[in-house]
Design a protein around this ligand. Structure first.
Ligand SMILES: *Cc1c(COP(=O)(O)O)cnc(C)c1O
Ligand SMILES: [Zn+2]
Length: 410
């Protein structure tokens, strides 16, 4: 297996045992905890100045801080996404700057590509022939694309509520797609998880690229923070508002912010704010209750059109809550109405397209601003996790509904 110089191996976040990445491939062999890639930071031979002179702006620009080198990467050019100034939003929120990190600019239209690029690289290094996962939709589509790139077979399990684009493109990339049957009108990510687990039991050779089953998805997504900090000249922003489902990106970004601080590239951590939909907000509830882990919602309690964050039982919530508290961030839930209004507002006032799920960041930031969380000189970053055209139906329907309402009110 080809690895980078500083990469040491995997450490269990629960029991602390360490493992060789060649033999440990997924969860902790001792306690089934989440494994996290570790590095010998003294051997990181990279500085901001060296990055300045480096061309090529995929996420593999930061290969020294990743487990596998660029030569081994399964890549479609993911990362290197723009950080776009949003003056109208800054004025509305009464802060110094609002910047939108536009992950819609990735190969399959979401930041899921960063995680699948690294996880698929690991799969190929481990000699996998088949990969499998369940997903709310975007990770399935990304896995199908990266598996195609790597020459692997993908088995993707999605709930019926996943969007049409995600289901369609999963098949266009040649993956074997299972959509779980609706129960009472819809099926949820947990139903897709059961079908995936049954598939894994029947096919022991399948290699999982599922959230926090592989140690490499949060590690790939950590490049979002490295990129963001580099785009800000290594000056930490005052807030990153992140639409949170399983928390893979938030945990990854927080890890990178710690690395950048510990390497002396930045002075401070990046305050991470988890934004959720009020119809599925287990992380916000736990944060507000001051607990260390979430209370899972029952599937029939989930009530939101934001598919990417309709995650009623985010297993890594202790890590999400730690990241929020350690970075001095926060958590905020807004209603679907507010989220979709925010998507339309961003599209009209800034010309930027955000998915329905992603707009939870904008509406969460509006709510935080209204609650006095930000100062007048603050730099607030909205993480736009995916492209607006993933959710055209939901967005268009909302425009239609609000137009009807206002004409009825006239
Ligand atoms: C998966 C997804 C999320 C949630 O991501 P996590 O890192 O699991 O919290 C948010 N937005 C979009 C568009 C997604 O696809
Ligand atoms: Zn363990």
């Amino acid at each position: 297996m080809e690895t980078t110089t500083a990469f040491e191996g995997l450490s269990c976040v629960d029991c602390g045992s360490t493992f060789d990445a060649e033999t440990a491939t997924h969860r902790c062999p001792d306690c089934d905890g989440i494994l996290d890639p570790t590095y010998d930071y003294d051997r990181i031979d990279l500085t901001p100045a060296a990055l300045n002179g480096r061309t090529g702006d995929s996420m593999w620009r930061y290969e020294e801080l990743l487990p596998f080198p660029r030569d081994a990467a399964v890549t479609l050019g993911e990362g290197g996404t723009p950080l776009v100034e949003c003056p109208a939003l800054a004025e509305a929120m009464d802060v110094g700057r609002v910047l939108l990190k536009d992950e819609g600019d990735n190969p399959t239209g979401t930041f899921k590509d960063r995680g699948q690029s690294l996880a698929m690289t690991a799969a190929r290094e481990h000699g996998a022939t088949d990969v499998a996962l369940n997903s709310a939709g975007n990770a399935g589509q990304a896995a199908a694309a990266y598996a195609a790139r790597a020459g692997l077979d993908a088995h993707v399990f999605l709930p019926s509520r996943a969007g049409f684009t995600q289901k369609a493109m999963t098949e266009v990339h040649g993956a074997d797609l299972t959509v779980t049957d609706p129960v009472d009108g819809t099926s949820e990510i947990g139903d897709a998880g059961k079908a995936y687990a049954a598939g894994m039991d029947d096919n022991p050779e399948w290699y999982s690229t599922k959230t926090f089953v592989t140690p490499y998805r949060h590690e790939g997504k950590k490049t979002m923070a490295l990129e963001l900090l580099e785009q800000l000249d290594w000056e930490a922003p005052d807030a990153v508002v992140y639409p949170t489902g399983g928390g893979v990106g938030l945990i990854g970004m927080h890890k990178a912010a710690r690395e950048a601080r510990d390497l002396g590239w930045t002075d401070e951590l990046v305050p991470m704010y988890a934004a959720q939909a009020a119809g599925c907000a287990p992380v916000v509830d736990a944060y507000e209750a001051g607990t260390d882990r979430h209370e899972p919602l029952a599937d029939d309690e989930v009530d939101t059109a934001c598919n990417g964050i309709a995650i009623p039982d985010p297993g890594a919530s202790p890590l999400i809550l730690d990241a929020i508290r350690e970075s001095d961030g926060g958590a905020v839930a807004t209603t679907d109405r507010e989220i979709l209004d925010a998507a339309i507002r961003v599209a009209r006032e800034e010309g930027l397209e955000t998915g329905a799920t992603c707009a939870a960041a904008a509406s969460g930031a509006f709510a935080l601003a209204a609650a006095g969380e930000f100062g007048p000189d603050d730099t607030v970053v909205l993480l736009n996790t995916g492209a607006g055209n993933k959710d055209v139906d939901t967005l268009r329907a909302h425009v239609g509904e609000t137009a009807t309402e206002s004409s009825q009110a006239d």
